[in-house]
Design a protein around this ligand. Sequence first.
Ligand code: BGC
Length: 720
Amino acid sequence: MIVAMSTIDKLIARMTLPEKLGQMTMTAASHAVTGPVSAGDATDSIRDGTLGNLLNLVGPAPTRDMQRIAVEESRLGIPLLLGFDVIHGHRTIFPVPLAEAATFDPWLWERTARAAACEAAADGLALTFAPMLDVSRDPRWGRSVEGPGEDPWVAATFACAKVRGFEGKDLASPASLAATAKHFCAYGPVAAGRDYAPVDISERTLHEVHLPAFAAAVRAGVAAIMPAFTSLAGIPMTAHKQLLRDYLRGTLRFDGIIVSDYNAIRELINHGVAANVVEAAVLALRAGVDIDMMAGAYREGLPVALERGLVSMAEIDDSVRRVLRLKARLGLFDDPYRRGTVAEAPAVVAARRALAREAATKSLVLVKNAAATLPLPSSVRRVCVLGPLADAWREMRGPWAAAGYDAPGVTVRAALRESIPDARIDHAAGVPITGGDDAGIAAAIDLVRAQPDAVVLCLGEAAEMSGEAASRAAPELPGRQREFATAVFDRARAADVPVIVVLFCGRPLVIPWLDERADALLVAWFPGHEAGHAIADVLTGRVSPSGRTPMTWPRSLGQVPLYYAQYANGRPENAADRFTSKYLDASSAPLYPFGYGLGYGRCAYTNLRVTPASAGPEGVFEIAVDVTNEGSRTAEETVFVFIRDRVASVVRPLLELKGMAKVVLAPGTTATARVRLAATELALLDVAMRSVIEPGEVDIFVGPCADPARLLSSRVLLCG
Ligand code: BGC
């Protein structure tokens, strides 16, 4: 039974101001993860009804104990809302979100969120601060790892899949979590890629690139939204009335809760838009923030603000009502212990390892495979697994592994031992991930000298080098890894041993030299608990790699921000003409374009058909292309559909992703990939920022990635 609105209103009528502000406050249960603990200890406040929401309390016993205090010992017995950052799995850790995005598989995105929700709910939780939907086009920004990459269409598709997965069909189910779309909005373009820095982008970029994913999340029924820490064109998002109240609640009709980011309300003072905590609290409430996470600003500031007439009780009641309504939708009034009481069957938990392996395998992106170095031939008898990430079980899980830190990740070294038991597997780290210690290089090079069949060189970042507060001014291989790799390449070339690089990273790295020297290069990102198994599956050819990069990889840092959907310009690049858009000292082409990734098959695209050739605003274009696997191994191919509006009233991107399809092809077979594209998808924002479908010609491009040279094209006519 869901609690009726009148019941909620009756409850609000009985609440004191401190009790109301308690429902509008969330504090960390015991430990702070990402910021100062300014709100103090939780237990007493829960008992006296002045704290209604907690984060970072996990596990059936502790959540039950706290819930019991709220329900049985506080005056009104209002259940707690317990939230946690379930980012890429809860107990079972899946690939980091950027890696998951690389699967381009919405059904997989949904299934991993569902699995994470089941585990988190079994741990007593009811709210996750995920999915993160920030579009990122700058690899310096460490939080690129938490999101879906550079493309707004991917981000919107990811948003829907994740919200469906976390929330399930019914939020009241004991296995559902309320999802939080974050960080609203345009956190990705922080100045120069530095975390928390101000953002200043155009209204057009905001609406075309950064808002679509949030609009999609709202359409999918997301329960909560978290404003970003950042300011946008001079207005901190936590105080952004136009975007939170007018756009989100007004235009998008979002009726869930808005929960601030960690201490963000108090940080309005640092932004310089509030002189003190009272002003900060007023700004946030006025903007529509319902829950103050960790700042204690509502409890401290709103009583004073109310007294001074700066806010009204009705505004406070509105927020309290939304919080209580979410608790009701989660079924907490019916049974506050509905989550975290029934332990999951061991077989169910074990099955998640299979899903983690599937997700990890599909997230690996093979970016180079010279002379068919991979898969390893079945004749291999000696493999040398080198590098600081070859046996680094901690790093495999990636940043922000929720409650999954208890279990180690499977390493490449361990998994290769399992999957090629007849081979001798030698191992040396060579150098640490960071720092200047190169004492281990000589011993590692000796192993290469021993003439193995292949070297698997595991390089990259440490997990904590991406994520929040992990921006890097030079996103390259850290420490002495380049020197080590160069020594390995030199020695291996002399011995005619192929070197397969497995690269762990939370963002695209600037590594043109590595691409040049490696025989094969597999981008592993951070694959989660099943890392090693997934990588071994691909290295040995049990599975053909199918991941595609969801962010463009730059050749040099000066190209950043680099992304495929560049707006057209008046002087397109022309090598023969100096006065065109390019660099004097570097190529403007990416190292790997968006969508790039190889498989063990070899796919050719032919016979692109788009019907009808013209359509009005109600029309739907059917796009079909034949894909043939000309290789000798099965391939899973991701087929992308991009458009370009040839002449519009405003400048359009040279390519815009509008759809995708997947085909699985046995060697020598052909399949037709089909995508339906509604004419409404071709709408654009005109000069006045109105959404319009403009008559005219539109190019449809189809192919394996955003490299124009590899796309087939057709033209359709949009009629008015
Ligand atoms: C992060 C959020 C996160 C919150 C709670 C903040 O520092 O920006 O993404 O949900 O902490 O842990």
